[in-house]
Design a protein around this ligand. Structure first.
Ligand SMILES: CC(C)(COP(=O)(O)OP(=O)(O)OC[C@H]1O[C@@H](n2cnc3c(N)ncnc32)[C@H](O)[C@@H]1OP(=O)(O)O)[C@@H](O)C(=O)NCCC(=O)NCCS
Length: 214
């Protein structure tokens, strides 16, 4: 079955009524390129003022990680502007089922995750985006963001499964999700951004509790 992914805006809803409190977590010292003055990473829900940094990281990560799979025309077009618009829309009036969590070192964005509760009647809640800046990888930021997304989904959609789509060729992310307890439910060919046809895996957790417990 072919399925089109779009970076078009999702429907909007009310602001979240019970935002999670920011948390600060000690972490291993980061490799070069990321300033880390305080020695702790702050995790909190994203604000509208984070849209630009999130859009830029999203665009950069896309260009680094899907080159060769997505078309050059799509990747070399004005992706930062398109994604800035997407994130401004998402964060300006977030739907009730949207969760966007950021990891920060001082004012520097290290990573973000975006989830949608009860997104699909068959597959459940969706992890739609997860990106960590290159210089902060392998320090636990990605798994912390996933566990926080899992905890948020558990608090609202505990009786549903969780899923995400990842390129079959993205072996780093696939191993990362498998370490967090996900299993590949199916691999399929689909049309995606810019008309590219890609092989994509659907990773699933039977319940969100499994994500935060991993
Ligand atoms: C996939 C991604 C989000 C993982 O983020 P991350 O912050 O590196 O994740 P973590 O640091 O929590 O874990 C990554 C690995 O580092 C290891 N690690 C974590 N802390 C570590 C430390 N202090 N020392 C050594 N290794 C460590 C983890 O065990 C894990 O190993 P694994 O890949 O064998 O499972 C990141 O690689 C990324 O942004 N990739 C590009 C975007 C992308 O592909 N996103 C997913 C699209 S579906």
């Amino acid at each position: 079955m072919r399925r089109r992914h779009s970076v078009a805006r999702r429907g909007f809803g009310d602001r979240l009524t019970q935002p999670l409190q920011p948390t600060r977590t000690k972490t291993a010292r980061l490799k070069g390129g990321v300033r880390q003055q305080s020695g702790v990473i702050e995790y909190r829900q994203a604000r509208l003022s984070d849209a630009q940094a999130i859009g830029l990281l999203h665009a950069r990560s896309f260009r680094e990680n899907v080159r060769g799979e997505f078309t050059d025309a799509f990747l070399d077009a004005d992706l930062p502007a398109e994604l800035l618009q997407l994130w401004q829309g998402r964060l300006d009036r977030p739907p009730e089922n949207q969760f966007v969590q950021v990891a920060l070192d001082d004012a520097n964005l290290l990573g973000f995750v975006c989830a949608y509760g009860a997104h699909d009647s068959q597959w459940g809640s969706l992890i739609d985006n997860l990106h960590v800046v290159h210089s902060a990888r392998k320090t636990g930021v990605g798994s912390s963001l996933m566990k926080q997304a899992g905890a948020w989904i558990t608090s609202r959609y505990s009786d549903m499964a969780v899923y995400l789509l990842v390129l079959e060729s993205n072996s780093v992310a696939r191993r990362f999700y498998e370490r967090l307890g996900a299993r590949n439910a199916e691999t399929s060919t689909m049309e995606t951004h810019g008309g590219a046809v890609v092989r994509s895996c659907r990773y699933t957790w039977p319940r969100p509790q499994r994500m935060s417990a991993a």
